[in-house]
Design a protein around this ligand. Sequence first.
Ligand code: NAP
Length: 359
Amino acid sequence: MIRPKITQRERSDPPRRHDTDAARAWSLILSAARLARNASWSLDHPLALRADPDGRVSPVDPAHRSQADLLWLPHAGWRPGNRAGDHAEDCHREDPARALFDLYLPLCRPHPGSVEVIAHLGQSIDGYIATANGDARFVTGEANIRHLHRMRALSDAVLVGAETVAADDPRLTTRLVLGPNAVRVVLDPRRRLSPERHLFNDGASATLLCCDRARIKPGEQHHGQAELIGLPAVSDGLDLGALLGTLAERGLLRIFVEGGGTTVSRFLQAGRLSRLQIAVAPLVIGSGRPGVRLPPTERLADALRPATRIFRMGEDVLYDFELGAGVPEPSADAIPQNTINEDTVTQAVLSRAELSRIR
Ligand SMILES: NC(=O)c1ccc[n+]([C@@H]2O[C@H](COP(=O)([O-])OP(=O)(O)OC[C@H]3O[C@@H](n4cnc5c(N)ncnc54)[C@H](OP(=O)(O)O)[C@@H]3O)[C@@H](O)[C@H]2O)c1
């Protein structure tokens, strides 16, 4: 058997400080996302968290903010703690922990019960997400692929269109990062996908196959191992309002639409997206499967020009557009009034078993 060659440098290299900082930041972000889902957590009390060097997260006294890596402040939301600013001398782009907080903490805000849908596409600089015959591996680089896995870990459900499953046979798991797998949702109105596809068989996470309800025979419940969900059809496909309502009834409130272009465009056109993330790679495909496509706009003044945040991911650039659909600010009535207790936090942070998975 040929063993991969390990160089002396790899054997003796200690973890770089930036890698450790990023791993700690990610543990804190996962904890924030879990707390945000926890209905018994009171939002009107400050909360302070810190992460050990091994990534284990625990609460600290909010009065001692200098010891905290991450803070919940009732009127400001999640904020990096003072300890996270220890490396303030770092240039922002050089500080991966701060960059992770900037990108992901806005996605960890607590929900008063409404659905939030975020979509992502990785496209070439000329606007294509795949070649004409469907080759999309890979348009964007490693950092953006890792970002996709992180987005899955922060979401309740990850959703794709039938053509993406037909072309890629994806798994849609979080295997590159620490964090839970989301429920997988496939929009296949005509049930054209074979039940042999990975998603319908691998058991890695629950999977829902959503189709036109007329395509489900009486008593039929599964497609492979996936659960069949019948939805009403409207003029341009499945009724997205009915889809999101069905997902919400199952407690799936953070939905990550991971492509392809047709699926993302339909959510965008229906006004269902709270954010649209487009990662642009320094690649020219020339022609192929397009990213976002909407009906023509005659005047530029009418074009969509949302507020944007920009993140560098290796050679790619991620545009994170704020669209705002379905994300009402928490109202005082919606905020649970229970008192924060340490158990709530302890249940939300990561267990040792989970942490050991990334080492
Ligand atoms: N670079 C990236 O970020 C990225 C991400 C994902 C996929 N891809 C690539 O992109 C290609 C697939 O993208 P695509 O735009 O061609 O197709 P797609 O969005 O994956 O799938 C489109 C199909 O899904 C179904 N669908 C989607 N939304 C629906 C709705 N609201 N109602 C009913 N049905 C709906 C329809 O199926 P029917 O046709 O049966 O009606 C529709 O034609 C593949 O080559 C894949 O490899 C790239």
